[in-house]
Design a protein around this ligand. Sequence first.
Ligand code: ADE
Length: 244
Amino acid sequence: MRFHIMTLFPDIFTSYMGESIMKRAIEKGIVELYTYNIRDFSLNKHKKVDDYPFGGGAGMVMTPQPVYDTYRYIVEKFKIENPQVIYLTPKGRVFEQKIAGELSLAEDVILLCGHYEGIDQRIIDLIVTDEVSIGDYVLTGGELPALIMVDAISRLIPGVLGHEESYEDESFTGDLLEYPHYTRPREFEGLEVPEVLLSGNHKNIAGWRQDESVKLTRQRRLDLYEKYEKQVNASKSNKKRKNK
Ligand code: ADE
């Protein structure tokens, strides 16, 4: 899968993508990451990429020409047929695991990082196919949100994580938060590992983990818990119907 990042600060991506799992995913050729400095595409003699907003107001707005030309360059170079262009903005729909899952199936994803007060609306009208926010707070630019998306999407691509099963149990996959984990030693600062995890009884361990997940979700995220309860009830009534 290829990520194309349109940004004014391409260096931000180098460090994060050069470590750990993301580094390995790139080395294995499963993930490709290309960054494009929007400033390089500016036709202005001073390589300017922003200007005052029409109508007045505080802050600067990114001008459309450099962004549009960066986009054209990517699409032509990689011959992308139906480009999926995501603009990172607090105005977008909120990013969640389901969106990461959908995007992990794409061949090319173009992420557009804004800065200053935002981007000329005509860019959004012309090339953006989806606007995404990573949460209800305002950052100084779209680079951190883009990295978060790249990370969350990449780890769902087969082969990126070491063990295929390591994302099956985790938080959100089944609308529940993940159960607690323990490793050695058996006792630490007076706190013991729950007995059941030492029992070797896989059925009991799975049951304990499920119960812990449900308990934690109900305590912390009633919204997710209610979704989960609905699913459980729906599958129960489905089973009943089949047995009739
Ligand atoms: N740019 C600035 N804040 C943002 C946010 N919360 N999500 C996505 N892009 C942003």
